[in-house]
Design a protein around this ligand. Structure first.
Ligand code: N01
Length: 546
C-alpha cells in the first residue's frame, strides 16, 4: 500500500513507515524496542513524553520513593550479561538507583538512538486502507507504523483530586507522581500530606524528618508491614548471581511473579499460638512475603481477619497515642485487598511531636483555602500540600490519548463502561495495536518486570509469526474479549480483592470512573500458560488476515 507519511531516515538509513511505534520508555518500552529491533530486525521508535527514560520512576521522585519488590528480582531477566554485571546496593531499590539501572539498560543495548524524548503522543488512528497506525504528537509530528504498541505503564496518569479552592492556595502544592526534579525543601515548613496509599506511607516518615510540622490527611486507613530495607550483603549478591536462572524461573512460576512461594498451609488449620509465631516471623522478615504467610489470606475472610488482627495489634503496640492508633487501625477492607504497602517507620512517625493524623473520612476535606486545608470541623494552616492521591490507573494513560481504531472507533467510547480487552493484550476494533500490561492482564498484581517481559516476548513472537506467514493484521475478536472479561471478573470474585470498595484496582479512586476490576487476579503463572496456549492454537480468539 502507498504511504504518504514521510519520516526521517532512521539509523539504518530507512525511511517511510516504521514497523512499530512504541509509546513510553519505561521498563516495557525499553524492552519492547530491544525485542523488535535487535531480535527481529524491525524498524521501531519509542515516543516518550519525558526528557529521559525511566517511565514511572522518571516521574515518581517523591521523598522515600522506593520499589516494594526486592532489587534482585525487580529487574530484567532477558540478558544474563546484564544481570551479572549490575549490582544493587540495597534490598529494595530506591528511585535514583532504578533510574541508574534503566539508563544503563538504554546505553548498554544502544536503545537511545530509537527513542524520541520530550514527545507526548496526542493520538493515534488506524488507517485501514494503508493498514497503518498514524500517530500524532502534541508537538505536531506524525509517525506511521504497522504496529502500535502502548508501553505507557499502569500508574502514570496522576490523580489530583478536584478539591474546591486549590487555585487559591498561596503555598506550593505537588503531586507525588509529578515530582519536581530539583526536589522540594520542606525545612521549616508546615506540610499537609493527603493520601495514605503506598506512596503516602513511604513519603510521610521522610517528610516528617525535614518539615517543621507534618499533617497526614487519611481517608482510608491502610495496612502496612515493615519493609526492613538494608544494604545488600555481597555474599547474598554472589549467591543470587550464581543462581539467577533458577530464581527467574521460580518467579515466572508463581502467582505474583516473586521468587518465593505462597504457603500451602491455611491460617485456620494451625493453633493461634503457631499462627502468631508464623506472623511474628514474617513481620521480622518484612516485605510482601507477609501476604504469603498462609495459603488463604486472599481467599478466606476469616483467615484474612487473623492477619488483619495481627497487624492491628502491631500498630497499637507501636503508636503511643491511643486515639491516633484507633484512627490508623479503623480498617474497612481485608488485608491486601488493596495493594499492601510496606514501610520504613511509617507508624513510628506518628509518635513524633511534629506529626499529626487527621481523619478525613470522619470530617471530610471541604476546600482548600489560601492558607491551608479546611475540613468539616477544622482548618489546617499549611505552607506545602503534597497530594499522594494516586493515579487514574491502568486505563487513564491510554484514555488520555485520542486512540481511534477501525471506523474511527475511539478507545474512550469502546471503554466507556469499563475496559474490554482480550488477554489485556488487544482491544477488538483496534487491529495491530498491543497494550503491554493492559487492563485484563496480571500487571499490577505481579512483580512488574516479569509481567512486562512476558507481554513483550509474546508480542514479539506474535509479530514474528505474522511476518513468517505473510499475515498483515491481527485483531482480537469481540466474543473472545467478552469471554476474557468474564474470566477476569470470575478470577477477581474468587478472591477478597473486590471487597476493598475504595481500591484503584476497581477504579474507585477516580470519581465517575466505571467500577470494573481491572487486573487479572488468576495468577501470573496461569495467565502465561493461557497466553502460550492461545499462540500454540494459532492465535485462538484473534483474527489474522493476510
Ligand atoms: O496511590 P493510592 P499511591 N481526599 O491510590 C487518598 C504503586 N506504588 O500513589 O483509599 C483524601 O494507593 C486515597 O484514599 P482512599 C503501588 O502499586 C508502588 O499511594 O481512596 N484522600 C489513598 O489513601 C500502589 O498501590 C510503590 O480513601 C484521597 C491515597 O490517596 C500504587 O502505586 C510505591 C483523595 C491514594 O492511594 C498507587 O499508590 C508507591 C481525596 N480526594 C506506589 N483522593 C512501591 O513500589 C485520594 N485519596 C513501594
Amino acid at each position: 500500500m502507498p504511504d504518504t507519511t514521510s519520516q526521517p531516515a532512521d539509523a539504518a538509513g530507512r525511511s517511510g513507515p516504521l514497523d512499530a511505534v512504541i509509546i513510553g520508555a519505561g521498563f516495557s518500552g525499553l524492552y519492547q524496542l530491544h525485542c523488535l529491533r535487535d531480535r527481529l530486525g524491525l524498524s521501531a521508535k519509542v515516543l516518550e513524553a519525558a526528557d529521559g527514560v525511566g517511565g514511572t520512576w522518571f516521574w515518581n521522585r517523591y521523598p522515600g520513593a522506593r520499589c516494594d519488590s526486592e532489587s534482585y528480582y525487580y529487574s530484567f531477566s532477558f540478558s544474563d550479561e546484564l544481570q551479572q554485571e549490575w549490582t544493587w546496593s540495597e534490598r529494595y531499590p530506591g528511585q535514583a538507583e532504578i533510574m541508574g539501572y534503566l539508563n544503563h539498560v538504554a546505553d548498554r543495548f544502544d536503545l537511545r538512538r530509537d527513542i524520541v524524548l520530550s514527545t507526548r503522543v496526542a493520538g493515534a488512528r488506524y488507517d485501514a486502507a494503508a493498514n497503518l497506525w498514524r500517530v500524532t504528537t502534541e508537538g505536531g509530528d506524525e509517525y506511521a507504523a504497522r504496529f502500535l504498541i502502548t508501553a505507557v505503564g499502569c500508574l502514570s496518569s496522576a490523580n489530583v483530586p478536584n478539591i474546591p479552592g486549590l487555585d487559591s492556595f498561596e503555598g506550593r502544592w505537588y503531586h507525588t507522581g509529578e515530582w519536581p526534579h530539583e526536589g522540594v525543601d520542606f525545612t521549616g515548613k508546615r506540610v499537609g500530606l493527603v493520601g495514605t496509599g503506598s506512596t503516602g506511607i513511604q513519603a510521610a516518615p521522610v517528610i516528617a524528618e525535614q518539615a517543621a510540622h507534618l499533617t497526614v490527611f487519611q481517608r482510608t486507613p491502610n495496612y502496612s508491614v515493615p519493609a526492613r530495607n538494608a544494604p545488600l550483603d555481597p555474599e547474598f549478591d554472589r549467591q543470587v548471581k550464581a543462581n539467577y536462572a533458577s530464581i527467574r524461573d521460580h518467579a515466572r512460576r508463581t502467582v505474583n511473579g516473586h521468587p518465593f512461594d505462597i504457603s500451602d498451609v491455611s491460617a485456620l488449620s494451625v493453633s493461634p499460638e503457631k499462627r502468631r509465631e508464623l506472623y511474628e516471623k514474617a513481620w521480622e522478615v518484612g516485605s510482601l512475603r507477609f501476604r504469603a504467610t498462609f495459603s488463604d489470606l486472599l481467599t478466606d475472610r476469616t483467615a484474612n481477619d487473623t492477619a488483619a488482627q495481627f497487624i492491628r495489634d502491631k500498630i497499637r503496640a507501636i503508636v503511643k497515642d491511643p486515639e491516633t492508633a484507633d484512627k490508623l487501625t479503623n480498617f474497612d477492607h481485608p488485608y491486601a485487598a488493596k495493594r499492601p504497602p510496606i514501610d520504613t517507620d511509617y507508624f513510628e512517625t506518628f509518635n513524633r511531636d511534629n506529626v499529626a493524623l487527621v481523619d478525613v473520612r470522619a470530617a471530610p476535606i471541604e476546600r482548600i483555602t489560601p492558607s491551608g486545608i479546611q475540613t468539616a470541623d477544622d482548618e489546617y494552616p499549611l505552607d506545602i500540600i503534597v497530594f499522594a492521591t494516586g493515579f487514574d490507573a491502568m486505563t487513564g494513560p491510554l484514555m488520555r490519548m485520542d486512540i481511534r481504531g477501525r471506523d474511527a472507533l475511539s478507545l474512550r467510547d469502546a471503554w466507556h463502561a469499563g475496559p474490554k480487552t482480550y488477554l489485556g493484550l488487544q482491544v477488538p476494533g483496534f487491529p495491530n495495536m498491543f497494550t503491554i500490561t493492559g487492563p485484563g492482564s496480571p500487571s499490577v498484581l505481579c512483580n512488574m518486570p516479569v509481567a512486562i517481559e512476558q507481554h513483550a516476548d509474546w508480542i514479539t513472537d506474535c509479530i514474528a509469526h505474522m511476518r513468517a506467514n505473510g499475515i498483515e493484521r491481527i485483531e482480537a475478536q469481540p466474543d473472545a474479549a467478552e469471554k476474557w472479561v468474564a474470566h477476569v471478573n470470575e478470577a477477581a470474585d474468587a478472591t477478597l480483592l473486590p471487597m476493598a470498595s475504595s481500591s484503584w484496582y476497581l477504579g474507585a479512586n477516580v470519581p465517575g470512573k466505571p467500577r470494573v476490576f481491572m487486573p487479572y487476579a488468576g495468577g501470573m503463572n496461569r495467565y502465561a500458560g493461557i497466553c502460550e496456549k492461545v499462540a500454540a492454537n494459532g492465535y485462538e480468539g484473534f483474527e489474522l488476515t493476510g
